[in-house]
Design a protein around this ligand. Structure first.
Ligand SMILES: Cc1cc2nc3c(=O)[nH]c(=O)nc-3n(C[C@H](O)[C@H](O)[C@H](O)COP(=O)(O)OP(=O)(O)OC[C@H]3O[C@@H](n4cnc5c(N)ncnc54)[C@H](O)[C@@H]3O)c2cc1C
Length: 151
């Protein structure tokens, strides 16, 4: 594990070094503990390169709380990629997500090329996301009652 940075209250960006062959819309089961809790926790691929993979996760309960305490170099197990993922279905594609549900959309947008992206956040729950990493001209980040500009 290379980075585990808090990017907003209860929201973390996790980066893991290595080559992880995941297509858009797929997820990994993450585990940084021995027996308790028994199940690994699923997180969608936020982004990936040939050198690393990243995840965006909200701290909800025990599993994500344990993940949030990880420091660079701590061991972490990833199982996957899982899920069917998705392929570009047509000429014009809209990606729509809200809250931490936007996680799988960044990598999808980068791979698909030109897409329309709509992001929604509850009032007070948006976080600083570098919108410049999204394909130029594709984003329409929305929050209730107001439109956010690009960072
Ligand atoms: C395919 C997939 C992809 C996902 N991708 C992402 C992602 O990219 N980013 C992300 O942030 N999340 C993602 N999630 C959700 C994420 O996996 C869960 O938030 C995480 O597994 C929660 O684990 P936890 O141990 O932190 O919380 P848990 O302990 O499992 O608890 C989850 C919630 O339920 C509540 N709860 C727990 N036990 C009880 C109980 N007995 N009664 C009532 N409430 C209870 C907790 O208070 C908490 O609010 C994804 C889920 C799936 C299925």
């Amino acid at each position: 594990m290379r980075l585990n940075a808090q990017v907003a209250p209860d929201l973390f960006l996790l980066k893991v070094k290595g080559r992880f062959p995941a297509g858009p819309g797929r997820f990994y089961m993450l585990r940084a503990w021995d027996l308790d809790p028994p199940l690994s926790r699923p997180l969608s691929v936020l982004d990936r390169t040939d050198e690393e993979i990243s995840f965006l996760y909200a701290v909800r309960g025990r599993g994500t709380e344990l993940l949030s305490r990880l420091s660079p170099g701590d061991p972490l197990t990833l199982f996957g990629p899982l899920g069917n993922g998705w392929a570009r279905a047509g000429e014009r594609v809209a990606l729509i997500g809200g809250g931490v549900g936007i996680a799988p959309l960044l990598y999808t947008a980068r791979l698909f090329g030109k897409v329309d992206v709509y992001l929604a956040f509850a009032e007070g729950r948006s976080w600083s996301m570098n919108l410049k990493q999204w394909p130029a001209g594709s984003t329409s980040p929305l929050s209730p009652g107001k439109e956010l500009g690009r960072d």
